[in-house]
Design a protein around this ligand. Structure first.
Ligand code: 13P
Length: 251
């Protein structure tokens, strides 16, 4: 099954508008060299408009770092999928480990965000991943299964391209400690099986599963060689033009 690789940069709470413009311009250049893969960048909300003006018409996709499920309303501090579409976003990260663990977002809330994204025509980049404690207690697969079943509860898909899943082990995020390619492949293959249980075979086989957690220029190639790793969700290394260019141009 052909799944076009996707390299996504999550800029988190970094970059002012000028830094965002410059970084986006470097991403556009790198992405143009490798048309066989997709590239998405998710700047902070304050830089979405500036980044959109740099990447418009280039094929690089704009992503948001979260999305609310309602179109509008009294939800101070939230942004709706309609607003994100309006500014040019095609994707939205949902359920990132920082949203789950720092901001206490529940599986049910994340499920609503996934549905809200889909309803407004955004592709959710639905993140899951176990903590170190859970891994050491041998609970990894159970945690992933619970997160997938809660997050995708009654989420209907007509096409596997409508959803991206990101496996980001919490212990690998921002720690410099990447999952080995074998650990990542094992988790991805398990997630693929869960998706096959939830969706029709051809739809499940099209859903891209990204790996995230200390992805760097020196580990991207081996990660991308694994059967069930369809791309990467990159944090720290996406903030440096040179290292993100190298990741985009993985071999
Ligand atoms: P790092 O690449 O900095 O570990 O962050 C990963 C991440 O959280 C991407 O969403």
């Amino acid at each position: 099954m052909d799944r076009k690789p996707l390299i996504a940069g999550n800029w988190k709470m970094h970059t002012n508008i000028e830094e965002a413009r410059q970084l986006a311009a470097a991403v556009v250049k790198a992405a143009a060299r490798v048309p066989d893969r997709e590239v998405m960048i998710a700047p902070p909300y304050t830089a979405l408009a500036a980044v959109e003006s740099v990447i418009a018409g280039t094929g690089v996709m704009l992503g948001a770092q979260n999305v609310h499920w309602e179109g509008k309303g009294a939800f101070t501090g939230e942004i709706s999928g309609i607003m994100l579409r309006d500014i040019g976003c095609g994707m939205a990260i949902v359920g990132h480990s920082e949203r789950r663990h720092v901001f206490g977002e529940s599986g049910r809330m994340i499920n609503r965000r996934v549905k809200g994204a889909l309803q407004s025509g955004l592709i959710p980049v639905f993140c899951i991943g176990e903590t170190l404690e859970q891994r050491e207690a041998g609970q990894t697969m159970q945690v992933l299964e619970n997160q997938v079943r809660a997050g995708l509860d009654s989420v209907a898909l007509t096409d596997g391209g409508q959803l991206v899943v990101a496996y980001e082990p919490v212990w690998a995020i921002g720690t410099g400690k990447t999952a080995t390619e074998a650990q990542a492949q094992e988790a991805h293959s398990f997630i693929r099986g869960l998706l096959a249980d939830l969706y029709e075979k051809n739809i499940a086989a099209q859903i891209r599963i990204l790996y995230g957690g200390s992805v760097k220029p020196d580990n991207i190639d081996i990660l991308m060689q694994q059967n069930d790793i369809d791309g990467a969700l990159v944090g720290g290394a996406a903030l440096n033009a040179e290292s993100f260019e190298r990741i985009i141009c993985f071999q």
